[in-house]
Design a protein around this ligand. Structure first.
Ligand code: BTN
Length: 325
């Protein structure tokens, strides 16, 4: 896409309603005829742009593809998205981001893909990643923290994805420990962190984020124990994938800046507020067998769950499935 067309999209994002040809022409330093040509090119790319004489142009809708230029046009971030790699298809964006990070990719590098053939889930599971519907992205971060603190970063991505869901739909997602996002009790997003570390510090962390945006019921994976859904199925209307991606990356950037400045505290607080189990009685099971019960107190500084059982003992739990009772 032509850089001037990217600027046009950026200007549309800053203002609801019409923008005059004269305003565009002044902002971009080109003639109104040139603006008209860029608008025509955007229309050819699937943007619906209304033109009304004496009022100007209005962006009515964007194409339902993840368009890296469209994502770039939305970014207000300082770090996250500094470099953006878009792939039509790949095995796994986490694998790509890991390789780029090993080659020295700058902090904030984002790998986005339209489809994944080997999407990786937690605990060796497969993450269903069909083309044209969802968000699959991986972000390279290089914070100066110790390896045991790295899990804290997954909580940032959970909160960023939750905020993006709220800003782009009317849905209020819940977080399920350790880091699933649920709508109506079904999973809409999953997060997978990977890291490269030495004993005295980390080299980089990859934040992998998958969000089921516009998947139809037929495309959902069948898992009776962990049912999945998509924002489209829950909200009843399609989500603009580029807008969702831009919103989420901006939120992640904000949270990461806060994390670097003030540590894990503020994120932990918001995460706990959003967690479906906070303050409630839960049962934790491992491989289908219930093993620990108690009140969910919150998360520890390494992301472990803190449970207080009826005999007043505080338990730290690092893996298992949580059920609110
Ligand atoms: C989970 O099992 O809940 C984690 C799923 C994580 C999926 C995302 S999609 C983008 C990134 N690339 C991958 O291969 N996995 C993560």
């Amino acid at each position: 896409m032509h850089p001037k067309a990217v600027t046009i999209l950026r200007l549309f994002r800053t203002k609801d309603g019409y923008i005059s040809g004269q305003h565009f022409s002044r902002e971009l330093g080109v003639s109104r005829t040139a603006i008209w040509k860029h608008i025509s090119a955007l229309r050819n790319d699937g943007y619906l742009i209304e033109a009304v004489p004496s009022r100007g142009y209005r962006l009515v809708s964007s194409p339902d593809s993840i368009d890296p230029d469209e994502v770039r046009a939305q970014l207000k971030s300082t770090r996250v998205g500094r470099r953006l790699e878009f792939l039509k298809a790949t095995a796994s964006t986490n694998v790509d981001a890991f390789r780029l990070a090993e080659e020295g990719a700058v902090e904030g590098t984002v790998v986005l893909a339209d489809a994944q053939s080997g999407g990786k889930g937690r605990r060796g599971r497969v993450w269903a990643s069909p083309a044209g519907v969802n968000l699959y992205c991986s972000i390279v971060l290089r914070p100066a923290i110790m390896p045991h603190e790295a899990p804290q970063l997954t909580f940032l991505s959970a909160v960023a994805a939750a905020r993006a869901i709220e800003q782009t739909t009317h849905l209020i997602p819940e977080i399920k420990w350790p880091n699933d996002l649920l709508v109506s009790g079904k999973k809409v997003a999953g997060l997978l962190n990977e890291m490269s570390a030495e004993t005295d510090g980390i080299n980089f962390v990859i934040l992998g984020i998958g969000v089921n945006l516009n998947m139809t019921a037929a495309q959902l994976p069948v898992d009776l124990r962990h049912p999945a859904t998509s924002l489209f199925l829950e909200a009843g209307s399609r989500v603009d994938r580029s807008r969702f991606t831009g919103t989420m990356l901006n939120e992640l950037d904000r949270l990461y800046e806060e994390f670097l400045a003030h540590g894990f505290g503020p994120v932990r607080e918001e995460w706990q507020r959003r967690c479906n189990a906070s303050g409630r009685q839960v049962l934790v099971s491992d491989s289908g067998t219930d093993c620990t019960g108690g009140r969910f107190i919150g998360i520890d500084s390494d992301g472990a769950m803190l449970l207080r059982s009826d005999d007043n003992i505080l338990h730290r739990i690092t893996c298992g499935d949580v059920r609110v009772i």
